[in-house]
Design a protein around this ligand. Structure first.
Ligand SMILES: C[S@@+](CC[C@H](N)C(=O)[O-])C[C@H]1O[C@@H](n2cnc3c(N)ncnc32)[C@H](O)[C@@H]1O
Length: 258
């Protein structure tokens, strides 16, 4: 079954893959300074220089990687230089084709998927990576489906580094207020935003700009859910990127050794 958010990503891949990945002002294909391949892949190199030391400190084995939502291969290019081999997957065939044409490495297998499954056998990967992808899924539950797939496909002892938007309610100030915030967000704001995205999605075929739906994860729930799936050493790290100074939260976790 296709995820409903796939339609906008298929469209971004068709219309403007580089801007779909890095939607910076004036960098769209019709903008005053559209992305050039060299600067787009240099951005991936810069971001990876920020990401990698955190994963290295946490611990990963550079054997086989799986990357969820590879886009035009901005980070895949970097992963392929560190890992021996890897699998990059995306719901957009155009994104994946662009990536395969611009990432020189021969050690990557590219997969076009339907959205939540990782098309690999159990216990295959040493590391799972993703950035700027889970934030666009229709719901946190969709993100948790991916974490279950990561648990299945990682080797025992393998680790993940996944970027995703995380929020925390002020439980230490007032538990009741935090519960109210959560209720308002999950029962009112989220459904209203989903209706807005549905409308933008409906407008795609009429020439409208494809949406970039936003989903955020409650940190306590995320931690509880990953522990419940059997992950160990669930840790969070947030740091600014050199490229845009914006804070980027990541979760890291390990599949227990057999
Ligand atoms: C903002 S781009 C980020 C691309 C890449 N991770 C990067 O940072 O350069 C989001 C990518 O996720 C892909 N995507 C969206 N939903 C997905 C899903 N359910 N499964 C896999 N990929 C998905 C999109 O097609 C798009 O290529």
């Amino acid at each position: 079954m296709n995820l409903k958010t796939n339609s906008e990503w298929v469209e971004w891949g068709r219309r403007d893959p580089l801007f779909g990945v890095a939607s910076w002002a004036n960098k769209d294909a019709q903008g005053t300074a559209p992305w050039k391949d060299e600067e787009f892949y240099a951005l991936g190199e810069s971001d990876w220089r920020d990401f990698e030391p955190h994963w290295r400190r946490y611990g990963y084995t550079p054997g086989t990687f799986v990357e969820i939502g590879c886009g035009a291969g901005r980070i895949t290019n970097q992963l392929s230089r560190v890992f021996e081999r890897g699998h990059a997957l995306d719901v957009s065939e155009d994104m994946t084709r662009y990536a395969a044409a611009h990432v020189p490495s021969q050690n990557i297998q590219w997969h076009v998927t339907k959205g939540l499954a990782i098309p690999l056998e159990d216990n295959l990967a040493d590391g799972a990576f993703s950035c700027h992808v889970l934030q666009h899924l229709p719901s946190p539950e969709a993100g948790y489906a991916y974490f279950r797939e990561i648990m299945r496909t990682l080797k025992p002892g393998g680790s993940l580094m996944i970027h995703l938007p995380i929020h925390m309610y002020p439980v230490a100030v007032s538990r009741k207020f935090s519960m109210l915030c959560d209720f308002l967000y999950t029962k009112f704001l989220r459904p209203v935003l989903a209706i807005k995205t549905d409308y933008q999605r409906y407008r795609i075929k009429r020439g409208g700009t494809p949406p970039m739906h936003g989903t955020s994860f409650d940190q306590l729930e995320l931690h509880r859910t990953l522990i419940g799936m059997g992950f160990e050493r669930v840790e969070f790290v947030t740091f600014p990127l050199t490229s845009n100074n914006a804070l980027h939260p990541f979760v890291m976790a390990t599949k227990p050794k057999a």
